[in-house]
Write a protein that binds this ligand. Structure first.
Ligand SMILES: *Cc1c(COP(=O)(O)O)cnc(C)c1O
Length: 347
């Protein structure tokens, strides 16, 4: 069989750091268990790579958003440990759920009826405590309680846990009402940032996503969390510019003097958006390199003036520490991760 040629773009995943981040968040979650949000391909890192690491570290609860995200997990973790946050929108979602043995997160009275019509069974329940996104309304708690559901995780989701605002305590108070009204095996409120809000927010299970992958939504987590993902791009071509020659679309960079530059296989189609133009930083064997001109779809040009020995085919490290990357681009740390495209070889 014809082997695939090597990729020119890859994501190095620091598996130790990923496992350490889960363990750190588990410690910070106190007596509560700690799950993992692995939706959106584990925030762009690659769920096939991340899930086994998290499972080995001790994670027993995995959250995805779409039903399409179930299949890539099924041979990696027990189906009963997978919760599908969007819930069953149709009878075929219920059928798929029953056939695979995963849990639906029921978000509305309609979804409760649909689930029970399909035979019911162990499920999760989402109640909205103030984010006004998915979830049962507080006013519907009585009706939901009477439905006789078999609930594993009764959860709610914090809107502003990354800020010190009154909304956190308001949601916590509503969550206490939810706990009083709904009988469940376990209760869960905190995302990554919520873990740092303290023991009151931990309940029985926390659901971090961002911080597992190296994101730092609150300063309290800075010392506990390590960078997990390291993008690398190959040098496709090295060229010498004369003073006055321009680089890239719309000639936004003009060489002030003769300089050596490299064209690397990373562009906005890979999630390295045009907002990095001018501010992107790279590294070759420890030497820092600046980006020059516009990021284009498949390529970015870097200054090799300080790396005279860098050659075509060499690997360039992309500076991608999420806090600094978000500050440099105006993107959120969530976007910094989930933008990473499917041309990266994830291994
Ligand atoms: C995405 C998500 C999480 C994880 O949130 P982070 O801020 O990434 O830690 C937890 N719970 C629910 C319901 C989510 O949708």
């Amino acid at each position: 069989m014809l082997g695939l040629p090597p990729a020119a773009l890859r994501l190095r995943l620091d598996r130790e750091a990923l496992a350490d981040n889960w363990r750190a968040l588990d410690r910070l979650s106190g007596n509560a268990g700690t799950g993992a949000a692995v939706k959106a391909d584990a925030y762009g890192l690659g769920v096939r790579q991340a899930a086994p690491v998290l499972a080995n570290a001790g994670c027993r609860d995995f959250f995805v958003a779409h039903w399409s995200e179930v299949a890539p997990l099924l041979d990696l973790v027990p189906p009963a440990s997978i919760s599908v946050l969007h819930g069953p929108l149709s009878d075929s979602d219920v059928t798929y759920c029953k056939a695979t043995g995963v849990k639906p997160v029921l978000n509305s009275l309609d979804q409760i009826v649909r689930w029970q019509r399909g035979g019911g069974g162990l499920c999760d329940l989402m109640v909205d405590s103030g984010i006004n996104r998915l979830g049962l309304e507080m006013a519907q708690l009585g009706e939901a309680a009477e439905a006789g559901l078999e609930i594993d995780i009764c959860m709610s989701h914090l809107a502003s846990a990354d800020e010190n605002v009154a909304q956190n305590a308001q949601q916590l108070a509503r969550f206490s009402t939810i706990r009083g009204a709904i009988k469940a095996r376990r209760y869960s409120l905190a995302n990554s940032a919520g873990i740092a809000l303290g023991a009151d927010y931990h309940a029985d299970l926390t659901r971090p996503g961002l911080a597992l992958y190296g994101g730092i939504p609150r300063a309290e987590l800075a010392n506990a969390i390590r960078q997990v993902v390291f993008p690398q791009a190959a040098v496709l071509q090295v060229r010498d510019l004369q003073a006055g020659q321009a680089v890239g679309y719309n000639a936004t960079f003009v060489a002030p003097h003769a300089m050596r530059v490299g064209v690397i296989a990373l562009g906005y189609a890979d999630g390295y958006l045009r907002c990095w133009s001018g501010s992107g930083r790279f590294r070759w064997q420890g030497t820092e390199l600046a980006s020059l001109g516009r990021v284009s779809m498949d390529m970015t040009v870097v200054d090799l003036s300080d790396a005279p020995d860098c050659r075509e085919g060499d690997w360039i490290e992309v500076e991608y520490e999420p806090v600094a990357a978000a500050a440099a681009t105006g993107l959120s740390q969530y976007e910094i991760f989930t933008l990473l495209g499917n041309r990266f070889a994830r291994s």
